[in-house]
Design a protein around this ligand. Structure first.
Ligand code: ADP
Ligand code: MG
Length: 325
C-alpha cells in the first residue's frame, strides 16, 4: 500500500512549517536560547500545531529528543487519572542533557475535563523546574484561565490559499502527479485552510488512477459537489424554480453520493460567496440554519433539504418584490 502522504510530508523542522511565520520564528528563538516557558498552541485542525511541537522538541534536544519528550493525546483519556498517572510519572524523572528540562506535549488539551485541567495546573506548578508543557487545542477558551495565564499562547491560522497551493504543488511534484491548475484550485478550495485535508484530498484524487487530474476528478474523488452546481441549484430556487432546483440536488445526490449534511455545509459556504443582497442572504441562511438543526436532531435530511429549497423560493420572492419597487 502507498504511504500516507500527510505523514510523509509532515514538516520535520520549524522552518518547513508552511505559513505561521511569526509563530515559528518565535519558537526558533526558544531553541537558540535553549529555554522556553509553557506553551499553548491554539487554532483549527491541520494548521501545523502538532508538527510544530515535535519540530521544536527535535531542534531543542537533538539526539535526546525522544527521551525528553512525552506525547499524550488528551482526547483518548480525558479524565483526571491521566494527569495524576502518566503525566506525573514522566514529569518526575530527570531530564537528559544540558537544557535541564523535558517537554510534555498534550495534544487536544481542550478535551480534558475541568477537574483534570485543575490537576494539570497543579502539576505544571509543581514540576515547573524540570518540565515544560506544550498544550494544543482548537479553542483556547476551553482551557481554564489559570493554565492560559501560565502559558505563552500561539495562535495558528488557517493556511493561506497561495501558500497551500505552493506546498501541494511541491507534494505533487515529489509524487510525480500530474494535476491541472484548476485541479489544484479545487483541492485548495475544499481544504479551507486545513493542510491535512488538502494533502489527503490530493492523495484521494491521485488514487483515482487518472492520468491527469483536473477539478472534476478532485470533486468526484472526495465526493463533494462542484461549487457551481450548488450555486446553480440555489439560483434556480431564488428565481422561483422549485422543481428545477430539486432536480439539481437529486443529481448531486446520485452522481457524488453526497450526504444531506454535506449539501447543507456546501450550501452554506456558497450562499456566503454569492453576489446577492444581504436581505436575501439573511433569508437563505436562516432557512438553512433551521435545516441544519433539524438534520442534527435526526430528521430525514432530504425532506429537510426540500423544505429548505421551498424557503429559498420564498426568500427569492421577497427579493423579486423588492426589485419591482
Ligand atoms: N503549516 C503546515 N505546513 C505544512 N504541512 C502541514 C501544515 N499543517 C498541517 N500540515 C500537514 O498536515 C499534517 C497534520 O498536521 P498537524 O501538525 O498534525 O496539524 P494540527 O496539529 O494543527 O491538526 C502534517 O503531517 C502535514 O502533512
Ligand atoms: Mg494535532
Amino acid at each position: 500500500m502507498d504511504e500516507i502522504w500527510v505523514e510523509k510530508y509532515r514538516p520535520q523542522k520549524l522552518a518547513e512549517v508552511v505559513g505561521q511565520k511569526t509563530t515559528t520564528s518565535r519558537l526558533s528563538n526558544y531553541v537558540k536560547e535553549k529555554s522556553m516557558p509553557h506553551l499553548m498552541f491554539s487554532g483549527p485542525a491541520g494548521t501545523g500545531k502538532t508538527s510544530s511541537a515535535i519540530a521544536l522538541a527535535k531542534e531543542m534536544f537533538k539526539e535526546n529528543w525522544k527521551y525528553n519528550v512525552h506525547e499524550l493525546n488528551a482526547s483518548d483519556e480525558r479524565g483526571i487519572d491521566v494527569v495524576r498517572g502518566k503525566i506525573k510519572e514522566f514529569a518526575r524523572t530527570a531530564p537528559l542533557g544540558e537544557e535541564g528540562f523535558k517537554i510534555i506535549f498534550l495534544d487536544e488539551a481542550d478535551a480534558l475535563t475541568s477537574a483534570a485541567q485543575a490537576a494539570l495546573r497543579r502539576t505544571m506548578e509543581k514540576y515547573s523546574r524540570t518540565c515544560r508543557f506544550i498544550l494544543s487545542c482548537n479553542y483556547s477558551s476551553k482551557i481554564i484561565d489559570p493554565i492560559q495565564s501560565r502559558c505563552a499562547v500561539f495562535r495558528f491560522r488557517p493556511v493561506k490559499e497561495e501558500e497551500m497551493k505552493k506546498y501541494l504543488k511541491y507534494v505533487s511534484g515529489k509524487q510525480n502527479l500530474k494535476i491541472t491548475d484548476d485541479g489544484l484550485d479545487a483541492v485548495v478550495y475544499l481544504a479551507q485552510g486545513d493542510m491535512r485535508r488538502g494533502i489527503n484530498n490530493l492523495q484521494m484524487a491521485a488514487a483515482s488512477g487518472i492520468e491527469s487530474i483536473d477539478s472534476d476528478v478532485v470533486y468526484q474523488a472526495v465526493a463533494a459537489a462542484r461549487p457551481d452546481e450548488i450555486r446553480g441549484a440555489l439560483e434556480y430556487a431564488i428565481a422561483g424554480k422549485f422543481s428545477k432546483a430539486r432536480e439539481c440536488l437529486d443529481k448531486l445526490q446520485i452522481t457524488y453520493g453526497l450526504a444531506g449534511e454535506d449539501i447543507v455545509r456546501q450550501m452554506h459556504r456558497t450562499i456566503r460567496e454569492m453576489d446577492i443582497t444581504d436581505d436575501t442572504k439573511i433569508g437563505l441562511i436562516s432557512a438553512l440554519a433551521e435545516t441544519d438543526f433539524r438534520i442534527g436532531e435526526g430528521a430525514n435530511a432530504w425532506i429537510q433539504i426540500e423544505a429548505a429549497i421551498a424557503q429559498f423560493v420564498n426568500a427569492g420572492k421577497n427579493l423579486n418584490r423588492e426589485l419591482e419597487k
